[in-house]
Design a protein around this ligand. Sequence first.
Ligand SMILES: CNCCCN(C)c1ncc(F)c(N2CC(C(=O)NCc3cnc4ccccn34)C2)n1
Length: 406
Amino acid sequence: QQLVVKQNTQYNQQLIDKLNKPHQFWQTQPMPNINEMDKLKPGPIQLGVLAEVRKDPFNLIDKFEWFNVDLRNEEQAQQVYTLLKENYVEDDDNMFRFDYSIDFLRWALLPPGQYSDWLIGVRVNQKLVGFITGIPVTLNIENEQTKVKMTEINFLCVHKKIRANRLAPVLIKEITRRVHIKNMWQAVYTAGIVVPTPISQTRYYHRSLNAKKLIEVGFSSLSARQTISRQQKLYKLPEEPKTPGLRPMKKKDVAQVTKLLNEYLKNFKLYFKYSEEEVKHWFLPRKDVISTYVVEKEQGVVTDFLSFYNLPSQVIKNPKYTHLRAAYSYYNVATSTPIVQLMYDALILAKNEGYDVFNALDIMDNDKFLKELMFCPGDGQLNYYLYNWKLESNMLKPEEIGIVLV
Ligand SMILES: CNCCCN(C)c1ncc(F)c(N2CC(C(=O)NCc3cnc4ccccn34)C2)n1
């Protein structure tokens, strides 16, 4: 009885703390807060001093230990896969949970130039219970002159059974320390939740490919006047794409795709500059991970390309289906094919690859095709964050964002 009372008191105290001092951790971080907005000048909020960076890892509660994950090692990759599959992001109604595959994680987390101590695990008795990752990127911020080497943070995950131990703030502080040690002082990340202080709030849109299954798993719902068969007719797609010369990207396309992509991304306020090496990594097709198709005109000239990545969700409780197959729009560049036609072909290709839904954010030029191709706004908001950087403009509009984080 005493123990239960003690645990309840501890839990209630944590709730009270949350209500009294929301974002207790984030208030301690170099992020602009509302009343500082107009005082701060654009650029780094805190200037980092390499000599002052703590040399040893942050302390963990006893029995917990730091562990650099080697994703190339099958057993360690399996441990990361299982931790995320069982404990990573769910929708608000706990009906779906992301099921990132091992091949996907190797694609997302082993890009050129990756650091082995930026895939950070926490273990208790050899069991992985916490995870956070960084990859090195060079981000262009608001103009071509401002190029900042920084880290892209992702996959922050704490096992459900050990939440409320304040492990997440320690994971964030430790990866921040390991980034500082490499003389980098900024980070970019996204999250479905709102913490101090988003630089942009974007929205997910969904285009139904398999209307019947989306209704059966509870992803979509029918209004009074709608029926399943009417929905299927409404979203029906042709068997084959219509753009002549559309084909899967190959190695020989890397140079042209790199030029098209870098030229296109200059239109936005936040974008990466890609080397050919990086285009090889991020865009060459990988089965069940990334699909990229190019439009090749006569004499081998590539004028457009489309790409989407595979991120299934586990359907948590459903008698008939275990997974929702979702394709996510990645980067699409249309210089001669109309963007609506190019993306209509993307829908047809995704349908033929077996996807149930095609998701896209309202970033870049996506709002040019979302309505016309019958995408519906979802309940998911994706917030973009820049750590330790004050923008010239307080917020960026979604159409000014030129980066997609997986
Ligand atoms: C860097 N990492 C950001 C990407 C993680 N991504 C893909 C993500 N982050 C927050 C979201 F809000 C979200 N949404 C896609 C939309 C959606 O499909 N909502 C229903 C649904 C189906 N499956 C799931 C699984 C988790 C959450 C919602 N789910 C909303 N996507």
